[in-house]
Design a protein around this ligand. Structure first.
Ligand code: SF4
Length: 218
């Protein structure tokens, strides 16, 4: 089975198990700031940090004008507050300089959107694509830490490929039209079954497709 065929088979099986994921609509600016806040923490802490940010500052305009230490204080629940506060400031400044407003909706539909977002220091390909997938409903596939692990274990991408290169490889596979459900369902699978430390291979619905399992790692 080729990596592309395996990817489609994984998508079909995960859809049967988890169904079509439901997603709450957010603006690209919200998605980008929430993605920055999600670094090195769990979803719960990311949500709490974002809520505290909005409760404290109310608008992105006030957030841009705020003292960076006040931002750090508001988001400390998720850790790495200093780096994240600086990154949020950079994103807001960049939006203001490029679009004259604290809103990134104009980037949706721009064919260079991904590379433009990556001009912002600290925004890599995964963060740019998450912003476009969830904030613009663009048909792009971001590879987070769970997807990277699961795809390498399954042999969809080679073991020694970098995360950046993995994005390029997956772009040559048939992800168009299935990016959003595949992205969310593989993350869910990675958290529930194929977790980093102790993958649940004995009850894995993808075990027959898995290279990692077949060579006796588990
Ligand atoms: S068999 Fe194990 S390592 Fe392979 S995908 Fe399933 S849980 Fe992950």
């Amino acid at each position: 089975m080729s990596p592309s065929e395996k990817l489609i088979e994984v998508h079909k099986r995960l859809l049967r198990i988890f169904g079509e994921p439901k997603v709450r609509r957010r603006t690209p600016m919200e998605v980008l700031i929430r993605t920055i806040l999600s670094q090195n923490t769990n979803d719960n802490n990311r949500d709490r940090a974002y809520e505290q940010l909005i409760r404290k500052f109310g608008t992105f305009e006030r957030l841009l004008d705020a003292d960076v230490h006040e931002i750090e204080d508001a988001i400390k629940v998720g850790g790495l507050a200093k780096q994240k506060a600086a990154a949020i400031k950079r994103v807001l400044r960049w939006a203001h300089e490029n679009y004259g407003k604290l809103d990134l909706t104009d980037i949706c539909g721009d064919p260079d959107a991904e590379s433009k977002l990556m001009e912002i220091k600290g925004v890599g390909v995964k963060t740019a694509r998450v912003t476009l997938l969830f904030g613009c409903q663009a048909d792009v596939f971001p590879i987070d830490t769970h997807i990277y692990r699961v795809f390498r274990r399954l042999g969809i991408i080679p073991w020694n490929v970098s995360r950046e290169k993995a994005h390029e490889l997956v772009d040559s596979m048939p992800v168009k039209g299935i990016a959003l459900p595949l992205h969310l369902n593989v993350i869910r699978f990675g958290r529930k079954i194929c977790n980093a430390r102790k993958p649940q291979c004995a009850r894995c619905p993808l075990a027959d497709l898995c290279v990692y399992h077949s060579v006796g790692h588990t």
